[in-house]
Design a protein around this ligand. Structure first.
Ligand code: NDP
Length: 453
């Protein structure tokens, strides 16, 4: 059996070693999940709801511990990590209402009664990346469990600690043994086995577009359902008529949060040409003001990158001859640090403009008018997120309808809310997570006609 030694990204100290799951262990977990799911789905809806509420309460009781695990394993600032643990609790609480609201419909037909049922799929495999280990896991497992499924969860190799703890908390909360199993391990072993195992009926994958395509192709082999949350290169579009002070003051946090390791990062700032110079003047002190430092400090706003390998990847996008407008600060010494960096690329096709860097690097481009802004925002294989800054309500409506993206905010950089749907257009993904309909995405609709003869 192989293992991974986890390294604290802020100081490069060794945290612990985690054993990888084997294919045999995955197969055993699937068999136990099949059994647990049948019993779980047969419970009264209120019993499933109560179990999820106990799970939420166990997470709440462990909030500080979960947050500290994320600080050590992923380098997330403690304030952010506490928010993430609280978000997991809130997602569980939100979907604990779903078991009693899995509503089918009654459809008028001749000769009898026609009703639909939302039947659970069975066993669901959830594959999670390293950027938001516990929140992204919860977006999958909470609605999947609520809809009556069993869940197998594969955390990213680098960041398994909060997922493993959530697996323990599920047992503490009294969820049936085998219903929710966390299987740390390699993507090309554990993740691939989820895809190829015939009794895993749906895959929820979050990660890179390259791996997502591979997962989708694998799912096609068994006509397996799949939800994909993939990369992004989102635009923050700033019009001349906007509140420029506010747009500039908030722009750093829309891209440098989580050190830019965020699929929703607004990593292209598009500014109307007539106000570009003024915007840059306002942006420079805002970038310098981002507090980059030890993730254990309450005041820290940005921590290190997740790993040495990822730091090398981010660095490769900013060679010495890059057109750097200005940078923020970052600590020296041990740890995988990279300062907030603002680029002024010479062309709209530069790779820093088109590729997902997944680090604290933002490119600024000028546009001429509304049509140019829309064309530039849409000039991407991705379409996940984005922001629009304008005081003209008509323009806000036109531009938000025209941008090909799943999640937009006007005069703000709203983060993800558990009560609203989240997902991408184009190569940013397939399907939606969160919001009122997420539990239904873990069901098959069954139609039953009952003759009145
Ligand atoms: P991956 O997409 O490779 O990893 C995401 C998850 O998929 C991990 O759990 C990984 O396991 C697993 N996985 C890897 N290969 C397979 C496979 N063949 N079958 C099933 N599961 C698999 O992302 P990377 O970690 O390699 O990151 C590369 C880049 O992707 C980043 O720099 C960033 O640009 C982008 N990315 C985007 C994310 C997003 O939220 N949109 C999240 C993460 C990355 P393991 O950890 O063992 O490799």
């Amino acid at each position: 059996m192989t293992s991974i030694t986890l390294i604290n990204p802020a100081d490069e100290s060794v945290i612990q070693t985690v054993e990888h799951s084997t294919i045999e262990r995955v197969d055993d977990a699937v068999a136990r999940a099949v059994d647990a799911q049948r019993r779980w789905a047969a419970l009264a809806p209120l019993e499933r709801a109560s179990a999820l509420r106990r799970f939420a309460s166990a997470v709440d009781g462990d909030l500080e511990n979960l947050a500290r695990l994320e600080v050590a394993n992923s380098g997330h600032p403690i304030g952010q990590a506490r928010w993430e643990a609280g978000h997991v609790r809130d997602v569980l609480t939100y979907y604990s209402a779903a078991p009693e609201r899995m509503l089918g419909s009654q459809i008028p037909v001749a000769g009898g009664l026609d009703v639909t049922f939302l039947e659970p799929l069975g066993v669901v495999g959830i594959i999670v990346p390293w950027n938001f280990p516990m929140t992204i896991a919860a977006w999958g497992f909470a609605p999947a469990l609520a809809a009556g499924n069993a869940v197998l969860l594969k955390p990213a190799e680098w960041t398994p600690l909060t997922a493993l703890r959530l697996g323990e908390l599920a047992i503490v909360a009294g969820l049936p043994e085998g219903l929710f199993t966390v299987l740390p391990g390699r993507g090309d072993v554990v993740g691939e086995r989820f895809v190829t195992h015939p009794l895993v009926r749906k895959i929820v994958f979050t990660g890179s577009t390259v791996t997502g395509k591979k997962v989708m192709a694998g799912c096609a082999d068994q006509v397996k359902a799949v939800t994909l949350e993939l990369g992004g290169k989102s635009a923050n579009v700033v019009f001349a008529d906007s509140d420029l002070e506010k747009a500039a003051a908030t722009a750093p946090y829309a891209v440098f949060e989580n050190a830019g390791q965020d699929c929703c990062a607004r990593s292209r700032i598009l500014v109307e040409r007539s106000v570009l110079d003024r915007f840059l003047e306002l942006l420079e002190p805002a970038v310098a003001g981002v507090r980059v430092g030890s993730p254990t400090e309450d005041s820290t706003e940005m921590g290190p990158l997740v790993s040495a390998a990822h730091l090398a990847k981010v660095r490769s996008y900013v060679p010495d001859d890059s057109q750097v407008a200005f940078r923020g600060t970052a600590p020296d010494g041990a740890g995988f640090w990279f300062p907030p960096t603002v680029l002024l690329p010479g062309s709209r096709t530069d790779r820093v403009v088109t590729e997902e860097i997944f680090g604290p690097v933002v490119s600024i481009l000028a546009f001429d008018d509304e049509a140019d802004a829309i064309a530039l925002a849409n000039d991407s294989i991705y379409g996940l997120s984005g922001s629009i800054w304008t005081r003209d309500i008509g323009r806000a409506i036109r531009v938000s309808r025209a941008i090909e993206s799943g999640n937009l905010s006007v005069n703000s950089h709203s983060s993800v809310r558990y009560s609203t749907p989240f997902g991408g257009f184009k190569q940013s993904g397939l399907g939606r997570e969160l919001g009122p309909d997420a539990a239904a995405a873990f069901t098959e609709t069954k139609n039953v006609f009952i003759s009145s003869d």
